[in-house]
Design a protein. Structure first.
Lengths: 330, 384
């Protein structure tokens, strides 16, 4: 940050009407003025003056977009600000000041960091200077992160909004970004409505994309073929139950044989009527033919009782069915 | 695939083989001081796997030519020996592990054949029986039009009583083999798949009919044959399609002349998926019902594999009841449920295959496991 900045900025009172609020070249924060901020300015005034740059037509904001917005909403006709002379500080330094101001106040979320990266890169002559320039502004941006941020910025607005509101992860956002607009919007709506965890989102998205490739059909059509709409509209189901049912339906479509096999296993395991503390566990994906019994006991008597039960189980028809490990034909 | 660049290792630039190959390949030639230059060149583009199919690096094999196939944990391996003649392939199967195995992959042909011959002679004199093949890091016959290496090998193996060579291919480049005095020491093998799988997943390979026709020609010239249904690919209706391939095959091929038929289903390391999705966007091969196998690779859910194998094995058994059928990298459960026995019940898979090779190729059966196996270098090879 240039050393003489504070000395150069002059404190003065400015009419908000003279500020070009549409000039967002230094805007980093993407949120609007909160009701709390508006209320605080209404009762206490602006505690930290915004930083403005004078322009031939008036002023532009360097730091304090939300404060100025709040002042305008309160219809204040004067606001105290620190004002820099026009062109006195290079654009790149003003941007660093703007980024540092936001970063130090509470950190930048993913979309804000992406916006900051895009703006810094647009002003740097050599991309290699990005990590150092960003570090001087208080944020850490590696070249790999910079690529990801730029990719985030190129995503459709609906997806960017989800990332901004922390509804999804960068990874899911990129996956959504590979879909066509209609599919992206369909899934974005689904995520906004159900708010599944990011790992649930990734799982559903991966399966739906695979189904779309297999069925040579759009993701939206794949969803239509599943009973997705009835699940979403079922008023007896709460949000979590809807997520559960939808995931199950998607998985059944994605792994039809495996899902049927699992269901048959669960039904047969139920038939075994295992006592509490005794469980039958298959290998992951049923790949290894060995099954495991987990047996919990607290006394020798309980151990003997459960061991007897195990002996009986080997002749149980459901156990024999499980051990056959056959896939039924559809 | 057209070779656009020919990189030559200075160590082999004066070899007559290099001169012969360069004369046949009309491509810009670059003598590279450092092999890394080749890799850097290939890597610099945004599709190195494709770039690597347009560049051929002629060099020396600085390591052992013969390596033991390491197999994979938890699944039964056939104890095969790999003859490392070169790397990568001019064809372009979506599922090819070689795309992910070399970093980056580049067509490579080793021309220090004298050293290879010496190493083979040592192997031949060492006692036990060896099944050796060139089709592990590359296709066995892709370089025949440019350099008749396979023919050289056929002659080298001819008349040995303890070694067979397997040439494994998806081409029909067998013309050069037909007139050779092979004495049945060379098994010419084809990878087979359904016509749909060939059309959709095996870009640049010969059609099923052409492969069978080439096999029939080799049979006429007295070559024993092998067939590999690997990787089998599951899709609705695939069982009937695989049975159709078998019927087509045995309309032209005498089952008594088939040394072995292997079965294996598509399996892959997870990092291959990204390459397949990027390079073969029309392929849906990675979206099957895969689970993570005990060796960490993705495999079809086992009951589905068993169902697929049963359909194929039944079709083969109907027409060729005595042919030696085996699995590449499957466990005892699959063996038992599909073939009715496990390899150990028949002396182990290597012995089963050695015996079949001995029977069909006229090898000395006493060489089967006669001596303890020599430890041959086990270097990393593409996971099978
Ligand atoms: S023929 Fe074999 S080596 Fe060649 S691309 Fe296909 S799988 Fe790979």
């Amino acid at each position: 940050m240039p050393n003489g900045l504070n000395a150069d900025a002059r404190e003065m009172r400015v009419d908000p009407a003279d500020i070009d609020v549409l000039d967002e070249r230094y805007r980093v924060s993407l949120s609007a003025a909160s009701p709390e901020l508006i209320e605080s300015i209404r009762t206490l005034g602006v505690i930290t003056p915004p930083l403005l740059e004078r322009t031939p037509a008036g002023f532009r904001i360097v730091c304090g977009f939300k404060r100025i917005q709040a002042c305008m909403q309160l219809s204040l006709n004067q606001v105290s600000a620190r004002v820099l002379a026009y062109g006195r500080v290079p654009e790149i330094d003003l941007l660093r000041i703007a980024i540092a101001d936001n970063a130090l106040k509470g950190g930048l979320n993913l979309m804000e960091a992406a916006a900051a990266t895009g703006k810094l890169m647009a002003r740097l002559e050599d991309e290699k200077d990005l990590p150092d320039t960003a570090a001087a502004a208080g944020i850490r941006i590696t070249p790999d992160l910079a690529r990801k941020y730029l990719r985030l910025q190129s995503l459709p607005e609906t997806i960017q909004r989800m990332v901004y509101h922390d509804m999804t992860s960068m990874k899911v956002a990129f996956e959504l970004g590979t879909l066509n607009q209609q599919d992206g919007d369909t899934l974005a709506n689904l995520i906004e409505t159900l708010r599944p965890t990011t790992s649930q989102q990734l799982e559903m998205l991966t399966h739906l994309k695979a189904l779309s490739a297999l069925q040579q059909s759009s993701v939206s059509n794949v969803l239509l073929r599943l009973p997705a709409t009835p699940i979403l509209e079922d008023e007896r189901l709460d949000r979590k139950a809807k997520i559960h049912h939808l995931r199950r339906e998607i998985r059944k479509a994605r792994y039809p044989h495996l899902a049927r096999f699992e269901t048959a296993f669960h039904i047969n395991r139920e038939k075994l009527d295992l006592p509490p503390g005794l469980s039958l566990i298959p290998s992951p994906g049923f790949e290894n033919p060995a099954y495991t019994f987990a047996l919990e006991f607290e006394t020798c008597g309980e151990l003997a009782q459960k061991a007897d039960y195990l002996g009986v189980l080997s002749n149980h028809p459901a156990m024999r069915e499980i051990m056959k490990r056959e896939i039924e034909d559809t | 695939m057209k070779i656009r660049k020919l990189y030559i290792d200075p160590q082999v630039k004066d070899y007559p083989e290099t001169a012969g190959i360069s004369a046949r390949i009309k491509a810009g030639q670059i003598v590279v001081a450092d092999p890394d230059e080749v890799l850097r060149d290939i890597r610099s583009g945004n599709n190195p796997e494709t770039a690597g199919k347009h560049s051929l690096f002629i060099t020396r094999n600085k390591g052992p030519f013969i390596r033991k196939c390491p197999g994979t944990s938890h699944y039964t391996c056939c104890d095969y020996h790999i003859l490392h003649i070169g790397a990568y392939c001019t064809m372009d199967c979506s599922y090819c592990i070689l795309q992910a195995y070399f970093h980056p992959p580049v067509l490579t042909l080793f021309v220090n054949f004298r050293e290879m011959t010496d190493q083979l002679e040592t192997l031949f004199s060492s006692g036990p029986m060896y099944r050796t093949g060139t089709g592990e890091f590359t296709d066995s016959l892709i370089w025949e039009p440019v350099y008749p290496l396979a023919s050289h090998l056929v002659n080298l193996f001819s008349g040995r009583d303890n070694a067979v060579l397997e040439l494994k291919t998806k081409t029909v480049a067998t013309q050069g083999l037909l007139g050779l005095d092979h004495r049945r020491n060379t098994i010419v093998s084809w990878s087979l798949n359904t016509e749909k799988a060939i059309r959709e997943q095996e870009r640049g390979t010969a059609s099923l009919d052409d492969r069978i026709h080439a096999a029939a020609e080799c049979q006429l010239r007295g070559y024993p044959l092998g067939f590999h249904f690997d990787p089998m690919i599951w899709y609705p209706g695939c069982e009937a399609d695989y049975a159709r391939v078998v019927r087509k095959l045995f309309r032209r091929i005498d089952p008594g002349n088939v040394v072995w038929i292997s079965m294996g289903s598509f399996r892959f390391m997870t990092h291959l998926q990204e390459i397949i999705e990027r390079r073969h966007p029309r392929s849906d091969i990675v979206y099957g019902e895969f689970i993570r196998g005990q060796d960490g690779k993705m495999r079809y859910f086992k009951p589905l594999r068993i169902r697929l194998y049963r359909a194929l094995a039944e079709a083969i058994r109907n027409l060729a009841p005595d042919v030696t059928l085996y699995f590449c990298m499957e466990d005892d459960e699959v063996w038992g449920k599909v073939l009715g026995y496990t390899p150990d019940q028949s002396g182990g898979l290597p012995s089963i295959l050695d015996a079949s090779a001995a029977r069909h190729c006229g090898l000395d059966p006493n060489r089967i496991l006669e001596f303890p196996r020599n430890p041959v270098d086990t270097l990393p090879v593409p996971p099978v």
